[in-house]
Each structure stands twice: as structure tokens, then as C-alpha cells.
Design a protein around this ligand. Structure first.
Ligand SMILES: [Fe+2]
Length: 203
């Protein structure tokens, strides 16, 4: 039953990416659905943000939000592939559950995909990376910077960052939860912050 909930979550995530105009979207969906699921889906201890994540997801009617909430005890929160490249103060405002990539748990050589939760009233500064990236917000909202495009983004919105486009997120009282996908050159070493972290965090 529990693994069914995980499979259902993967299916509804795949539906979101099937609809993406970028060809990497359907490729992502296909990879999600044809690749064997993680060998073990043991229940995991709740992450530090568990109660906040559940409360936020409960506010959303998005199908992915409902599916993530149902599978919450099986999600590997705290598996950010670029955690080593972020300052502690920044790492403390988000948590990532990596679902697919070269290091698993669902193996994929050329795609990374996962969930990200960002806490309320926080600012994640401008950063960039070689990978192309597509987010779909499934709960909450944020003031989203994608290159020159700065606007509120809400549940149901899909946001694409081409390779090396700077992006940043500012949350209000809700925070947000999104799915994210990297494609193209998915190396982690190019991940870099491009604004002064001290001034950004005090802004
Ligand atoms: Fe990014």
C-alpha cells in the first residue's frame, strides 16, 4: 500500500512534465515511468520541516500536492545534491528530496528530479548552473526571479530556467513546495551564487 502511494506520486509528477513544451519534459516523464522504483521504500524518520510541509500541502488542491502528502513518510527529505555548495544559512531555509538522478534513488544518467520545500519569509539568493531546469509549484507561492522576469508564482505554474539563467526566490508567510527537474548538463560543480550572500540575506 505504501509503495502504491509512492508510485502514484511518481505518476502525477510525470503528468506535469508530459505537458512541458521543452522536449526534456516528456523525456523526464518517460524516464520516471519506465525506470524501476527504488529497491527499498522503507519508512523514513520525519525531517525537521515535516509538520510545516504537511501544513502547506494541506492548503493545496494540486494533484501533486495531494500525492506528495500521501507519500510523505517515504520521501528522502534532506538529499539535496548541491547541499555541499550552499552556506548553512541558506541550507537552513530549504529542504530537498531527490527522487531521480545519477545517484538515485531512481537511477537516471541524464536527469535529476526531486521536490523542494522553502520556508516562509525567506530569500534564496540569485544563483545559476549549467543544467536546464523546470520547476512546477504545487503549494504556496513565491516572488520568483527568472532572469529579467520577476513575478509572483503560484501552485500550478511551470517555470523554466535555461542553462545559466540566474534565478532567486522570496517567500511570504506561506513558503512553497515545488517539483524540479534538471536536464542537459546536470553537473553539480557549476552551481554558484551570484549575489553577495550577506547583503542578500539582510535585504
Ligand atoms: Fe536552479
Amino acid at each position: 500500500m505504501q509503495s502504491d502511494l509512492f508510485e502514484t506520486m511518481l505518476e502525477v509528477i510525470a503528468v506535469e512534465y508530459e505537458a512541458e513544451s521543452d522536449p526534456q519534459g516528456p523525456h523526464t516523464a518517460q524516464t520516471l515511468m519506465v525506470t524501476p522504483s527504488p529497491v527499498a521504500l522503507d519508512s523514513l524518520p520525519p525531517c525537521a520541516f515535516d509538520a510545516d510541509i504537511r501544513a502547506l500541502l494541506a492548503t493545496s488542491n494540486h494533484p501533486v500536492a495531494r500525492a506528495v502528502l500521501a507519500a510523505q513518510t517515504r520521501l528522502p527529505w534532506g538529499s539535496n545534491p548541491v547541499e555541499d555548495l550552499t552556506e548553512d544559512s541558506i541550507a537552513a531555509m530549504i529542504t530537498v528530496a531527490t527522487l531521480m538522478g545519477p545517484n538515485g534513488p531512481i537511477p537516471a544518467p541524464d536527469v535529476r528530479l526531486g521536490l523542494v520545500y522553502m520556508r516562509p519569509d525567506s530569500y534564496y539568493p540569485l544563483h545559476l548552473h549549467d543544467a536546464d531546469e523546470t520547476y512546477v509549484i504545487v503549494a504556496g507561492q513565491a516572488l520568483w526571479t527568472a532572469g529579467e522576469d520577476v513575478r509572483m508564482r503560484r501552485a500550478g505554474e511551470l517555470i523554466h530556467h535555461p542553462s545559466l539563467m540566474p534565478h532567486a526566490f522570496r517567500t511570504g508567510p506561506e513558503g512553497f513546495l515545488a517539483i524540479w527537474r534538471w536536464s542537459g548538463d546536470i553537473n553539480t560543480h557549476s552551481y554558484a551564487f551570484i549575489e553577495d550572500l550577506g547583503s542578500a540575506l539582510s535585504a
